[in-house]
Design a protein around this ligand. Structure first.
Ligand code: SLL
Length: 218
């Protein structure tokens, strides 16, 4: 098996990454201002194994943490910590060296608080665990023959047709999401047309008034 690239081949692998967080019982950690316990993770869709092509994941935390770079070399690629604040963390995925692939960096806003739709922190749900995950796809364009054969040996089930309580990502969810975006785009277009018409009407009225003024002046 060689490092030769497979011409015309693209491999797409689904991944899910994000965090869960729970409120710490008060005074759990003496002399500490930590309020939450959280776990950040990168996984395959439906927990599919990704360690046959992902060698390690480096989580980079906020600089208020001691040793903010945390390297996880074995699955599950996850990290548990406690803390008091939200921040953007990065996860650098490094692939098996024989793959010849460059590392990929993912960004995630660590979420500790349950938010209301308007962005305010929900007090009603403050004791419930908070989850913030996103679905993404790693795309390998013309992988090496080596990596390609690894993918062939580990086929991914891909997106299931429908969501389940443990997996919200499905073809149906994707279709629903696209429909929502299309509907929202249509609404914005309609609003735009209304405002454009209003603007035209007002501009015309203004011109009329200006004309009238000129006539009176003469
Ligand atoms: C904020 N911009 O001000 C953010 C920064 C940093 C959170 C949040 C550190 C814990 C420790 C920690 O929770 N940092 O000191 O060990 O909200």
């Amino acid at each position: 098996m060689s490092n030769k690239r497979t011409k015309g081949v693209t491999v797409v692998r689904p991944i899910v990454y994000g965090n869960v967080a729970t409120l710490l019982p008060q005074k759990k950690i003496p002399d500490s201002d930590h309020t939450h316990k959280w776990t950040v993770s990168v996984r395959g869709l439906n927990n599919e194994d990704i360690s046959f092509f992902v060698k390690k994941v480096t989580f980079k935390l906020h600089e208020t943490y001691a040793n903010p770079q945390r390297v996880i070399e074995h699955p599950p690629f996850e990290l548990t910590e406690t803390g008091w604040g939200e921040f953007e963390l990065t996860m650098k995925l490094q692939f098996v060296p024989e793959s010849g692939e460059k590392p990929v960096t993912l960004y995630h806003n660590l979420r500790l608080h349950p938010y209301e739709e308007d962005g305010s922190i929900s007090t009603a749900n403050k004791n419930k665990p908070v989850q913030s995950f996103q679905y993404d796809e790693l795309v390998f364009t013309e992988p090496t023959e080596y990596l390609h054969s690894l993918f062939l040996q580990h086929p991914s089930a891909g997106l299931p047709p429908r969501s389940t309580p443990t997996n919200p990502y499905s073809v149906q969810a994707e279709v629903d999401e696209i429909r929502k975006i299309e509907e929202a785009t249509k609404k914005v277009q309609e609003q735009l047309t209304i405002y454009k018409n209003k603007l035209e009407k007002t501009t015309k009225e203004l011109d009329d008034v200006k004309g009238e003024l000129e006539r009176i002046k003469k």
